[in-house]
Design a protein around this ligand. Structure first.
Ligand code: TXA
Ligand code: MG
Length: 330
């Protein structure tokens, strides 16, 4: 069921009801500033297992634990490096998940069997109110494994139907999942780029980006299990382009690009899906655009953004979406 909530001032009745469901060991989908999450109480192993089951998610792919207060770290992680604490004080709440050493309080199921856990304080009143009422919430993106992440309540409904309560706080602002950074060793390692960039983190320590497709030894376990799975895959072939000249003429295709390109393409051949005026809006709309492209069932050409700021995360996601022309059976 979808329950509408005011994204800025969520109604206590809706939050209380959702908290009750969580505390009973069931799941609730809720908005964050990045994408919608599918939540369970992080310390309830049985509830967390339901997430893996419903998503069809491999058990070794750990979940992010969402908190609403830095003090909650005391019983979730063994130690917080001082430099990481500085980052949290400035960038939380926000689209940044920080990997630290987990305490036993977090079941192995939540952390995919790892010693570490990724923690994030989301910048969304609905998410924060929910966590306040129920305690830390483990939540992956609320999509079936391998599908584009949901940026509206309707996307969650498309993937899960009536199986979970969905709190509808409107479309998410950022539209791409949080940056994932491991701060346990120097230099810090970014496993997933997001709205919090390498440059922003470099104010606090040395930072290296680890690219999923450039792992030094592919037979070794991936440092972040999410890297080895194919994500963000629409069920139409996806091609990438920078210049309009790279897009074929006289064939029926779908084009996903900044609005400024709309006039450039011949309407008789091209189904155009606009991403708005700039890379910020492109990031916010790309998953919705990929889902819409599936409805048209045509080869889909997606515009790359310049490799700066949120453009880096956007390019990484669409590159993964284009990873293979056909959807894998997962
Ligand atoms: O913005 C987000 O992060 C959203 C919202 C709901 O908060 N959540 C999200 O979760 O994107 P998910 O499960 O779809 O992606 C989590 C990623 C996965 O790639 C996972 O492998 C990685 O974070 N991850 C989580 N815990 C980790 C850990 N302890 N070590 C390495 N990677 C970890
Ligand atoms: Mg995900």
């Amino acid at each position: 069921m979808i329950v509408k909530v005011d994204p800025l001032k969520p109604e206590p009745e809706a939050i209380n009801r959702a908290c009750e469901i969580l505390l009973n060991g069931s799941l609730v989908a809720f908005p964050t500033e990045t994408v919608y999450g599918l939540g369970a109480i992080a310390t309830n192993e049985d509830a967390v297992k339901k997430i893996f089951f419903l998503k069809g998610r491999p058990g070794d792919n750990p979940l992010i634990v969402h908190i609403c207060d830095i003090n909650q770290l005391n019983y979730l992680v063994t130690d917080v490096p001082v430099s990481a604490l500085n980052v949290m004080n400035v960038l939380w709440p926000g689209p940044l998940s920080i990997i630290m050493n987990a305490r036993e309080s977090i079941p192995l199921a939540t952390r995919g069997g790892l010693e570490s856990v990724a923690i994030r304080m989301p910048a969304h009143p609905v998410a924060l109110a929910l966590i306040k009422g129920s305690g830390p919430i483990a939540a992956p993106s609320a999509n079936k494994s391998g599908r584009p992440s949901p940026t509206t309540a309707l996307h969650v409904f498309q993937d899960f139907g009536e199986d979970v309560l969905i709190l509808d706080g409107g479309p998410t602002l950022v539209g791409l999942e949080s940056t994932v950074v491991d701060v346990r060793e120097d230099p810090w390692k970014i496993y997933r780029p997001g709205a919090v960039t390498k440059e922003m983190l470099e104010d606090y320590g040395k930072v290296r980006v680890v690219y999923a497709n450039k792992l030094e030894n592919p037979s070794q376990p991936a440092p972040s299990p999410g890297m080895k799975y194919r994500h963000y895959a629409p069920n139409v072939p996806v091609m990438l382009f920078r210049e309009e000249s790279e897009v074929p003429k006289d064939v029926r295709i779908t084009v996903i690009a900044l609005d400024s390109l709309q006039e450039v393409f011949d309407k008789t051949y091209v189904t155009f899906i606009g991403l708005g005026p700039d890379k910020q809006s492109a990031a916010a709309r790309i998953y919705m655009a990929l889902r819409r492209a599936e409805d048209f069932g045509q080869i889909t050409y997606v515009q790359l953004m310049d490799q700066e700021g949120i453009g880096i995360a956007y390019n990484e996601r669409v590159t993964r979406a284009a990873g293979s022309p056909r959807k894998l059976a997962d």
